[in-house]
Design a binder for this molecule. Structure first.
Ligand code: PMP
Length: 305
């Protein structure tokens, strides 16, 4: 099944969508991207795109920070996404990658007096952290400060930081890195937010702990409250708290809810998937596949029925 792209105002096979080697974004990382999942529901023969609008709203916010003029509205990008996914016709989990980028064929480090464009493509994509439970380490690489490179926007250039951390962790035999903020508090994984379970509550870094405000993070907070009656405390978390938490898990569009079994060679709890983590994982899986009637407003169907 071929992948398609939306590129320069048209749909075309992915391999035909090409950019020039002088493209500004390629040299300086001057782009904003998103990662959006289409979740395949086998019994209904349907793919549901999860929280589509929220992803494009975050993209639009990032563009404001980088002064990227988006050629399309949020609604137009949402509609084109569904059209593109339908055109690809995948009958498995798929991943949509929209990018708003500085398209000028021009050198010179700046944000102003440049042209912008938007493309996106869809590929089939299964689990991201392909493990039942992840072994993590605290990275020697810190997350940048908001006044260095704002971590709250999904700017392409900032992902050098994430890549340094991820490779360091994997080469040392771990599945994922946990990065600290410049002031030494827990920030996030290389592509996920982090949650701890402590004394029957969820605890997660707050907005000013140099994190991306994850859509999965927001989803989990809402599901925990509404479905399990669990409060989430958003606050600065010390490194040593990782070692004494009852449970820990990572959240992300690509990673879903991934339990963490070990951090810095210390078991989290008894090293097995925690009770609350398992409940949230089960709920989240149902919600994103359009199998929970109360959360269908988060699910956009791709195929006409
Ligand atoms: N933090 C980082 C650094 C990420 O790249 C991601 C993935 N987008 C997340 C957190 C999780 O965000 P979301 O749940 O919106 O995918």
């Amino acid at each position: 099944m071929p992948s398609y792209a939306y590129f320069q105002k048209q749909f075309l096979p992915l391999e035909e969508a090409k950019i020039g080697i002088m493209t500004h974004a390629l040299h300086y990382g001057t782009a904003i991207f998103e990662g959006i999942r289409g979740n395949w529901n086998e019994s209904r023969g349907q793919t549901y795109v999860f929280r589509l609008r929220e992803h494009f709203e975050r993209l639009a916010r990032g563009c404001r920070v980088l002064q990227i003029k988006l050629p399309l509205s949020v609604d137009e990008m949402c509609n084109l996404s569904v059209e593109l996914m339908a055109k690809c016709g995948f009958r498995e989990d798929a991943y949509l990658r929209p990018v708003a980028y500085t398209s000028s064929q021009a050198l010179g480090v700046r944000l102003h007096d440049l042209e912008h464009d938007f493309f996106m493509f869809v590929i089939p994509w299964g689990p991201y952290l392909d493990v039942d439970k992840a072994r993590c380490c605290v990275s020697s690489w810190h997350r940048p400060e908001d006044n260095a490179i704002p971590p709250q926007i999904k700017a392409n250039g900032i992902y050098i930081n994430n890549a340094l951390a991820k490779t360091e962790a994997q080469k040392a035999g771990y599945d994922e890195a946990i990065m600290l903020s410049p002031d030494g508090h827990i920030s996030e994984g290389s592509g996920e937010n982090i949650f701890l379970v402590m004394d029957g509550k969820l605890v997660t870094p707050a907005v000013n702990n140099n994190i991306l405000m994850g859509i999965t993070r927001n989803t989990v907070i809402e599901l925990a409250e509404k479905e399990l009656g669990l409060e989430t405390v958003q606050r600065a978390i010390d490194r040593s708290e990782l070692y004494v938490a009852d449970e820990c898990f990572l959240t992300g569009t690509a990673a879903h809810v991934t339990p963490v079994s070990e951090i810095d060679d210390r078991k989290v709890g008894d090293g097995e998937i925690g009770e609350i983590t398992a409940k949230l994982q089960e709920l989240y899986t149902r919600v994103i596949r359009g199998e929970h009637p109360d959360y269908m407003h988060w699910c956009t169907p791709v195929y006409d029925k």
